[in-house]
Design a protein around this ligand. Structure first.
Ligand SMILES: Cc1ncc(COP(=O)(O)O)c(C=O)c1O
Length: 375
């Protein structure tokens, strides 16, 4: 059965529900492939390293291995997964700026020698546990307007980048380049533009200090569309990124990125079912079989807003959607325009592949949604 899309959406979803029940997360191999192609088309000079944290489903990782992308891993588990799925160690960056010493050793033992740091303490740790590793200094860059701010916890002050790279060299490491992250779901291209400018100044200074750098890792952040009328910001601002890359970095510089959301997000659909309803404060409430402790956890951790779709038609009312646990916190959305729904009616959410199944729990003994991988 193929991934439900277009005009046969309702029939296909109903068939999948008949076969697998709900809640159900559908993953599309075709859409995964399209996201990689889109990225390569939009940013031809940038090599993507999929950020596994967005969605670590094995079939997703295997699909990207086949498509020849690299991988950004944040932990031993993700590194083992990438290797098990066939990724080559040289195509993996251990991009978590703070790592346990034993995982750093594990990385080197398995040939993963490229990592990221943003402090002197981390450099000492890397030098001790992964002597000779190639290191990228992560700098703090503007995250203005990005839905998830990623410069709060990590990123060295750009003025400290050169002293840190010199320190890396003195410790026997290979200072190789720099990295940054403009924040996830970034719709302000200015964040990238400013980061490129900062990066180019650091590359220049490093060259003067006899530390030639060859890699600029532009992180993730590429935004996706969650609602039917959302603009495709990524497509819109890619030309400006390419222009800056060409202006500031000659062909000897290798550009890499760590897209997570833009690769996994558009490729998945969550299918839930109404399993209870009530009227509270004159408003219809629908209780779904998935919620904030499950696939919709991105509402909490990823500040994500989703579009809730139904097949029912008719007069709509402002309605509340809630999850299946007994927790009052488990409220999905308080004002969704919906026609009157009945028990067993389907509510589905598209573009939910990133930061969703990645943080599900078994709270209340309710198991995460079943996942089905479709061509
Ligand atoms: C180091 C790093 N790289 C890449 C990503 C993926 O970013 P995105 O999903 O916005 O593409 C993240 C997200 O948290 C990250 O922390």
């Amino acid at each position: 059965m193929s991934y439900p899309n277009g005009k046969n959406l309702e029939r296909n979803i109903s068939n999948l529900v008949k076969r697998h029940g709900t809640p159900l997360v559908l993953i599309s191999k075709k859409l995964l492939t399209e996201q990689v192609e889109k990225f390569k088309r939009l940013l031809p000079r940038v090599t993507p390293y999929y950020a596994i944290k967005a969605n670590s489903h094995e079939d997703i990782v295997k699909t990207f291995v086949k498509l020849g992308t690299g991988f950004d891993v944040a932990s031993k588990y993700e590194m083992e997964l990438a290797l098990k799925c066939g990724a080559k160690p040289k195509n993996i960056v251990f991009a978590n700026p703070i790592k346990p010493p034993e995982t750093m050793r594990f990385a080197m033992e398995h040939g993963v020698d490229l990592t990221v740091f943003d402090s002197e303490y981390e450099l000492y740790k890397i030098a001790e546990n992964a002597p000779g590793a190639r290191v990228l200094v992560r700098i703090k860059v503007p995250n203005i307007g990005s839905v998830v701010e990623l410069s709060l916890k990590f990123g060295a002050d750009p003025v400290d980048a050169i002293p840190l790279l010199i320190k890396a060299h003195k410790l026997g490491l290979k200072p190789t380049g720099l990295a940054f992250h403009v924040g996830s779901q970034c719709t302000h291209v200015e964040n990238y533009i400013e980061a490129f400018e900062m990066g180019s100044i650091i590359m220049h200074d490093a060259k003067l200090k006899q530390i030639p750098l060859s890699i600029v890792d532009i992180g993730g952040g590429m935004p996706i569309q969650h609602f039917d009328d959302d603009e495709d910001y990524f497509a819109k601002f890619a030309p400006a990124i390419n222009k800056e890359i060409d202006r500031l970095y000659d062909n000897s510089v290798q550009l890499m990125a760590e897209p997570g959301r833009s690769f996994a997000g558009p490729a998945c659909t969550l299918v839930t079912r109404v399993m209870g309803k009530s009227i509270r404060e004159n408003k219809p409430w629908y209780y779904l079989d998935d919620g904030l402790y499950g696939t919709l956890s991105g509402i909490l951790y990823d500040f994500c807003k989703y579009q809730y779709n139904v097949f029912k038609r008719g007069l709509t009312h402002i309605s509340t959607l809630a999850g299946p646990t007994c927790d009052s916190h488990d409220i999905i959305a308080r004002s969704v325009e919906l026609p009157e729904l009945d028990i067993n009616d389907i509510v589905y959410v598209q573009n939910i592949g990133a930061y969703s199944t990645a943080s599900t729990t078994n709270f209340n003994g309710i198991l995460p949604a079943k996942t089905v991988f479709l061509p």
